[in-house]
Design a protein around this ligand. Structure first.
Ligand SMILES: *Cc1c(COP(=O)(O)O)cnc(C)c1O
Ligand code: SF4
Length: 349
């Protein structure tokens, strides 16, 4: 186990000792703790004590045992697209490689909550098989390291995996999906930067971040170290009830990310993982929020509102439609204030 995870609080009793739960609530959370991994790093204990919107993401609740209609253990159909252990290959040009299912923190709304946890590390033989699959599949242009969180691996272990990918000629781009800059910014250290900088291929990093309060000085400094090393930074956020489901919270989040040199990429509709209903925002409300942001935020601060279709059919944008066809080749266009304009048919010469 890595040093960050070993310092994280992993039981309801420890969270109560830290002041994040009432002692009375601890017995009622035994069943939740038995079913789903818990982990709150020192950085996030501190933030959670100050910000309810942060605490809500990491402190377990008995609502997690309530499974709503439509919720399922494998919400986005990872299993159906796993040719070998540790790989999900759904789109021809890119695939997910999951070297570990450990995370620095465990989000209570996690889409892979039935699989993440400290036990899920690929063995050396399994990693060799996964890399062999990528090497033997020439249409794979991009490899996305995810999990779990790939940055919970040691710099040496991560470096070995990245070097192996770097050596596969048809892999042109490597992407890392991580929550570590938020959960344990001190892990974005010189050893990690050196490991990423040693590669010949571009490495993009997509940071999971849901609330402006997560953009601490330490987190922004970690982003600056990455950006200074030439690593393009993206952010993925999840639309979460009680965390960021209002225009002001989303605006502050996306502005703060851009100010930290991070480009908001996706705003995810929450996947239908079991026991996450208390976090879900209706799609109509998400569309209303996305449309409201369009009128008030710089384009570089606006992510795409995205749905991963349950079962594994892929991701599609689900923002409100601004354009509606009139049938005669013309369109009606709604502007960000709600006023309607017409757009003429396109003459093909
Ligand atoms: C989300 C996902 C990707 C990445 O999709 P992008 O739209 O390129 O960010 C790739 N493969 C799988 C299986 C995914 O679930
Ligand atoms: S960091 Fe990502 S994979 Fe890990 S618990 Fe949070 S949402 Fe799940």
């Amino acid at each position: 186990m890595n040093h960050t995870a070993s310092r994280a609080l992993t039981t309801p009793a420890a969270l109560a000792d830290a002041g994040l739960l009432a002692a009375d609530d601890v017995p009622g959370l035994t069943a939740v703790a038995a079913r789903y991994a818990i982990g709150v790093t020192p950085a996030l204990v501190e933030l959670s004590l100050m910000h309810p919107a942060v605490a809500r993401q990491f402190v377990p609740s008995d609502a997690e045992l309530l499974v709503r209609p439509g919720e399922r253990a494998d919400p986005i159909g990872d299993e159906a697209y796993a040719p070998v252990k540790g790989i999900v290959h759904r789109y021809p040009d890119r695939l997910l490689l999951m070297p570990t299912l450990s995370c620095a923190v465990y989000c209570r709304f996690c889409f892979r909550r039935e699989t993440v946890g400290d036990a899920g590390v690929l063995s050396p033989a399994e990693m060799d098989a996964a890399l062999a699959y990528i090497a033997a599949t020439p249409e794979v242009w991009e490899v996305i390291l995810t999990g779990g969180d790939p940055l919970t691996l040691s710099a040496r272990r991560l470096g070995n995996i990245l070097a192996a990918l770097d050596a596969i000629p048809h892999v042109k781009v490597i992407r890392i999906h991580t929550r570590v800059p938020v959960a344990a910014p001190e892990r974005i250290d010189a050893a990690l930067i050196a490991t990423l900088s040693a590669l010949s291929k571009p490495v993009y990093m997509s940071i999971h971040c849901n609330h402006a309060a997560e953009l601490t000085a330490a987190m922004r400094a970690a982003c600056a170290r990455l950006a200074d090393a030439g690593i393009p930074l993206l952010a993925q956020s999840v639309l979460l009830h009680g965390v960021n489901d209002n225009v002001e919270a989303l605006e502050a989040l996306f502005r703060g990310l851009v100010e930290a040199r991070v480009r908001p990429y996706y705003l995810h509709q929450l996947d239908l993982a079991p026991g996450t209903g208390h976090f879900r925002v209706p799609v109509e409300e998400g569309q209303r929020l996305a449309a409201a942001l369009r009128g008030r935020l710089s384009g570089i601060a606006l992510p795409t509102y995205i749905l991963d279709i349950p079962g594994g059919a892929g991701k599609v944008p689900i923002g409100a439609a601004f354009l509606s066809p009139e049938g005669d080749g013309s369109f009606l266009v709604r502007d960000p204030h709600g006023d309607i304009h017409s757009y003429p048919p396109t003459e093909i010469s």
